[in-house]
Design a protein around this ligand. Sequence first.
Ligand code: SUG
Length: 445
Amino acid sequence: MKHVEVNFDGLVGPTHNYAGLSFGNVASLSNAKATSSPKSAAKQGLAKMKALHDMGMVQGVLAPQERPDIATLRRLGFSGSDGEVLSRAASQAPQIFQAVCSASSMWTANAATVSPGADTADGKVHFTPANLTNKFHRSLEPQTSGRILQAMFNNGRYFEHHTHLPDNEHFGDEGAANHTRLCSNYGHAGVEIFTFGRYAFDSSKPAPQKYPARQTFEASQAIARLHGLSDDNTVFIQQNPAVIDQGVFHNDVIAVGNQNVLFYHQQAFLDTEQKFAEIQRKFGDEPVHFIEVSSNEVSVEDAVQTYLFNTQLLTMQDGHMAIIAPTECQENPRVAAYLAELVTRNTPIRQVHYFDVKQSMRNGGGPACLRLRVALNDTELAAVNPAVLMNDELFARLNQWVDKHYRDELSVADLSDPQLLTESRTALDELTQILKLGSVYPFQL
Ligand code: SUG
C-alpha cells in the first residue's frame, strides 16, 4: 500500500485584508491598515498549490470562511437586515467589525490537528479543529472549519472528526502550527511532537512576559487523548518563552519537521537536549536528522522576518527533500546564504524552491501556515472528496472563479461596503459547488 502526505492549502478569501488583529505577530501589527489585494493573494496561493502538484505532490484545497461574519454580529446584538447589521457594526464598533471580516482562515495550519491512522488506536485519521481562543477574530473559525473538514473527509470508516476543545484560554489550541510528526515512512507509526507555550494550571512554570502563549500544555494533551495516541508516539515540548516574546507566536515560525528531519532554531525550545533524546528513543533505531540553525548563522529576528522555518519540507519522488520557502528568505543575504549552503550538506534536504506569498506574509503567514498536512494511505485518499484535490482543471477553474469575484484592492474602509458582503457570499456559494462541499457556511444553513 502506498502512503502520501497531502497538503491542503487554504484558499484566500475575498475579504483578505490587513487589520492588525494579532498582538504578538510582528507582521500583522506592522502592516495594519495597509491596502491588500485579495485577487493576487488568492492567485499567489493557487500558484503554490499548482507548483506542488506539478512537482508530483498530492495537493488539496481547503475553502475559506464566510466573512463578514454576520451571524457573529447578530450574536453580539447587532440587528436588522444583513445590510443594517453590517453598517451598524461598522459605525458603532469598528474594531469588532474588522475582526469579523478577517480572512485568517486562509492559514490552514491553524484549522485543525490531524493524526494519521498509523498513529491512532482505532486506525482512523483523526481531526480536531483548533479553537483559536487567543484571538477573537480567529475564535470564529472552528465551527465552520469542522463542517468543511467533514465535507472533505466524509467517510466514518476512515475519518474521525472531533469537536474543538472548550473555548477557553486554559485549552487554547492553535492546531497543526504547534504539531509536527516525524516518521520513517508516512505509513509507519510516527512520533507526534506537540509544542506548547505555557501551562494553563500552573503559573509557577515558565511563560512569556510580553506576548501571549497561544497554545497550552493541557490543550495539547487533550488532543493526544482524543486522537488515541500512545505515550510511545507522543512528545510534549515547551516553546522557549523568550522567542514567543520576539514574535514567534506559533512554533511553525521557528521549527519544521518531516519524516526523519527536524529543522529548527537553536533557541526554539526549552529542555532541548532531554526532549530530543526522548524523540530519538521513541522514533526508533534510525537516526533523526536534528538540523539546528544557530543564532550565529541566523538570528531569531531574521527567522521571524523571513520565515526561514515556516517553510514546507517535502519528500520528493526520489526520496530527497525540498524546502518550499518564501521569497523573503531569498531577499535576506544571511538566510539565502544559509539555505544555499544547507542543500550541499549531508542531510536529506537537497533543493530550495522560492515562492512569492507576500500577500500572506504581510499578515504573518508563510508557506507552512498556508497548508494543513494529512498523511493518507491509498484507500483513505480514495475516500477523500475528489473535488478538493488539485489538478490542471481545478487550477484553471479556481483562477477563473477568483477573476470573476475578487477585488484587485481592498482597504479597511472598503470592508463596510454592503456590496462586499454580496460579492463574498456569491463567490463562496459558487465555491461550495466547485468543491462539492454542500452547505457549510452560516448563510447557507
Ligand atoms: O493567527 N494572522 C495569523 C497568521 C497565522 C499564521 N499561521 C501560522 N503560523 N501557522 C495569526 O496571527 C492577522 C490578521 C490581521 O491582522 O488582519 C492574522 O490573523
